[in-house]
Design a protein around this ligand. Structure first.
Ligand SMILES: Cc1cc2nc3c(=O)[nH]c(=O)nc-3n(C[C@H](O)[C@H](O)[C@H](O)COP(=O)(O)O)c2cc1C
Length: 394
């Protein structure tokens, strides 16, 4: 099969992927919170960003390479952390860690992953970042950070936008859990999606492998099954407001790059930098936390103004093309993360999916920059049509 011809864009991969996933998995992956207002807003605000082509140019070949937090990358985008990725598609984390390394872009492993952080680092080497959902108990928190240090990680992302239990009605209705709960409805969904079910059988039942040492130590709950203990641990023990003090405590024991993810307020961004962060990820978590939150596009310019020109700003939410990447970089971001499209690609075409998505984004970004006459990534802000964004100063 010629995948370049059959799936030349992310929407092609999405349409092929969705019918291959059981309903409860599809709901978890695709939707946001509430009425998906925030998911739609991410898309609409990207569509509203205009770029001005300049044809009077002698630019030859656009250069996609870039440098972020002391490391060179082949392109200005990476793989966003996706929790339970191994449930969405078997072996997703291992496949994507390896694909990211092969393509010279970063892959961020979620705390709630189905492989260990040590395993991911072995597969992705210096291209693997770790994303922390901060445990309330400082002992478990510090132990995860120690493991990251020992495994050789250079970038730790602290997600700040899950300070409190998140209520997504579809996941509650579906009884989403790891391993999947075998009620009649879910079982039927699994049986009727053989590409997913057979691969899941071969890969083995997914578990929250990063967290096993912590919920195993939970002696009070010893009599419960492993699944009950892991779910309880995540519900009761993960997630805390990342105050200046908490970030300061993490900063004190983490010597490498520290990036906070999920920031939407310019003052928060400045505050986290003052408390010791090296960079900020402007994100509304793919529309999954607060349905009334603004899109990253609408707050990015003010956040850039608030932190100044030199603080690394990464952004995510709704990116589905190389043009979208160009839009965000033109608006003042240094780097872009992308979540769902990688999962669509794995579900549509399997292990080749990770590299195929990278190739699509690279080709589309290159073609966009060629149209604009833009020679390199740092030049993209020169092509922004400022009046397409009413909230920007003229
Ligand atoms: C299914 C799913 C699971 C996610 N899990 C995490 C997670 O464990 N940690 C985290 O910081 N963000 C998580 N996110 C948010 C992503 O890192 C990212 O911010 C978002 O997916 C970007 O939007 P996009 O999917 O439209 O590209 C998750 C997103 C999705 C769709």
């Amino acid at each position: 099969m010629n995948i370049d011809k059959k799936y030349p864009s992310i929407p092609d991969l999405e349409s092929a992927a969705l019918p291959r996933l059981p309903g409860f998995v599809r709901d978890y992956l695709v939707h946001g919170i509430g009425n998906d207002v925030n998911v739609r807003k991410n898309r609409e605000s990207l569509d509203g960003v205009e770029l001005l082509p300049r044809y009077l140019s002698d630019m030859d070949q656009p250069n996609l390479q870039c440098r972020l937090l002391g490391q060179d990358y082949e392109a200005p985008f990476g793989v966003a952390p996706i929790g339970l990725a191994g449930l969405i598609w078997p072996n997703a984390e291992a496949t994507l860690a390896a694909a990211a390394k092969e393509n010279g872009i970063p892959f961020a492993l979620s705390t709630v992953s189905t492989i260990t952080l040590e395993n991911a680092r072995e597969l992705g080497h210096e291209y693997t970042w770790f994303q922390l959902y901060t445990p309330r108990d400082p002992g478990s928190r510090d132990d995860i950070i120690r493991r990251c240090d020992e495994a050789g990680y250079e970038t730790l992302i602290v997600t700040v936008d899950v300070p409190y239990g998140t209520r997504r009605a579809h996941d509650i209705r579906n009884g989403l859990s790891v391993p999947p709960r075998f009620n009649l409805r879910n079982l039927w969904q699994m049986i009727t999606h053989p590409p997913w079910a057979l691969r899941m059988l071969a890969a083995g039942i997914p578990r929250f492998r990063n967290l096993t040492p912590y919920y195993d130590a939970d002696t009070l709950k010893r009599r419960r099954s492993e699944i009950q203990r892991s779910v309880r641990f995540i519900k009761d023990r993960l997630g805390v407001h990342i105050s200046r003090q908490v970030l300061g405590e993490i900063r004190a024991i983490w010597p490498e790059n520290l990036v906070v993810k999920g920031v939407l307020d310019p003052e928060d961004a400045r505050g986290y930098i003052d408390a010791g962060a090296d960079g900020v990820i402007v994100s509304n978590h793919g529309g999954r936390q607060l349905d009334a939150a603004p899109s990253a596009v609408s707050v990015l310019p003010q956040i850039r103004e608030s932190v100044g020109p030199d603080v690394p700003l990464i952004v995510d939410g709704g990116v589905r093309s190389g043009l979208d990447i160009a839009r965000l970089l033109a608006l003042g971001a240094d780097f872009v993360l992308i979540g769902r499209p990688y999962m669509f690609a794995l579900a549509a075409i399997g292990a080749k999916g990770g590299s195929h998505v990278v190739n699509i984004f690279k080709a589309e970004l290159q073609s966009t920059m060629g149209q604009l006459g833009c020679p390199s990534i740092p030049d993209l802000p020169d092509y922004l049509v400022r009046k397409s964004l009413p909230h920007l100063d003229p």
